[in-house]
Design a protein around this ligand. Structure first.
Ligand SMILES: NC(=O)c1ccc[n+]([C@@H]2O[C@H](COP(=O)([O-])OP(=O)(O)OC[C@H]3O[C@@H](n4cnc5c(N)ncnc54)[C@H](OP(=O)(O)O)[C@@H]3O)[C@@H](O)[C@H]2O)c1
Length: 323
């Protein structure tokens, strides 16, 4: 009897949480058409990136899926074409764990594309265990989630400046709130497992603020976004397999947004007209929210920018980035 009551109570709780999520999730209501526009979505083969890329394709944009694995990327491309009815979807390979790959990506895109209206820096990783280094010698998660995002974005600014207006959307996380022991001069170093993810997302928020400031005189606006807690592989799929994975995904699906729901705020920031005055700000649930206390130190965005530029000096010079 007790067991049945516990099971019933758990089911009721799960359903109540799911209903709460459905009621509180806000949707991007903009009907902006993207015909004639071009968008890049990094990590678009799965998860939130896939949801964003699909929406852009439905709106008529040329969508460039910037993914590291050619097979997974091609599979996603065909799925997006089928679901959206638009054939204007291409893959360009990008591995954020390699500066060479970022460099090649920027060269390919700037040579082949006439315009770039939207850049969504979506791809990221979480590491719970250990501290792997990239082949460039940096803490892997910092290179993938932050250094390469910085490099990629600066490399594409020239192309984006050709338009009257364009948008950059940087995927952050509420984990940025919980970053601790953040020391700008220690960016090279590893500082604990999950905190490393939080630190990279804090860097994304700070980067967004400083970038917006530096782009003030251009038609480019930039936003950071917390998509909420979303049922993607980053949370539920990458660390389990077989029946355990199915169980974990089933249970977690009650507590998490769907991919389509999670894609709404990034889409909102990319397509909603008239939000340019909020360039540099942070968004959740399709609305601007207060900056997290971790980013409120006024001199921090510029300090982080300067240190990052120093770390990436060689790569920036190679890419001939002019800002
Ligand atoms: N899901 C959430 O609850 C949540 C919450 C807050 C913030 N976010 C943020 O939302 C964004 C999307 O996350 P998600 O949940 O959709 O994760 P996901 O399903 O794990 O997708 C991550 C994407 O990033 C790609 N990626 C990983 N490492 C890469 C690399 N070195 N080079 C290029 N691409 C790489 C993955 O490619 P492969 O498929 O090849 O691995 C995949 O396409 C991330 O920035 C994440 O931090 C997610």
């Amino acid at each position: 009897m007790v067991v049945v009551s516990v099971i019933l109570a758990t089911i009721i709780l799960c359903v109540a949480i799911k209903i709460y999520l459905k009621v509180t999730t806000r949707w991007c209501e903009s009907a902006t058409c993207l015909v004639g526009k071009a968008a890049i979505v990094t990590g678009a083969n799965t998860g939130i990136g896939y949801g964003i890329a699909l929406d852009f394709a439905k709106r008529g944009a040329k969508v460039i899926l910037a993914c590291r694995n050619p097979d997974r990327a091609e599979e996603a491309r065909l799925k997006i074409i089928k679901e959206s009815g638009s054939a204007n979807v291409v893959v360009t390979l990008l591995d954020l764990s390699s500066f060479e790959s970022v460099d090649n990506f920027v060269k390919t895109v700037t040579e082949c594309e006439e315009r770039l209206d939207i850049l969504v820096n979506n791809a990221a990783m979480i590491e719970f265990d250990g501290c792997r280094l990239s082949k460039d010698g940096y803490v892997l998660i910092r290179q993938v989630n932050y250094f390469s995002v910085f490099l990629l974005t600066l490399g594409l600014i020239g192309l984006m400046k050709r338009n009257e207006s364009s948008r950059i959307v940087n995927l952050s996380s509420m984990m940025a709130k919980f970053a601790y022991n953040f020391e700008v001069n220690d960016l090279y170093k590893f500082s604990g497992t999950l905190n490393n993810y939080s630190v990279t997302k804090l860097c994304i928020n700070l980067f967004t603020i400083e970038l917006a400031d530096r782009l003030k005189q251009t038609g480019i606006s930039v936003y950071s976004v917390n998509p909420g807690n979303v049922d993607t592989d980053i949370l539920t799929g990458r660390y389990t397999s077989g029946p355990l994975k199915i169980m974990v995904k089933l249970v977690m699906s009650f507590f998490l947004k769907t991919i389509e729901e999670g894609a709404q705020t990034p889409i909102y920031c990319a397509v909603t007209k008239g939000i340019e005055m909020y360039s540099g700000e942070h968004f959740e649930e399709c609305r601007k929210v207060d900056r997290y206390s971790t980013v409120k130190v006024p001199e921090l965005p510029k300090k982080l920018w300067d240190v990052t530029e120093d770390i990436l000096r060689l790569q920036l010079e190679n890419m001939k980035v002019k800002f």
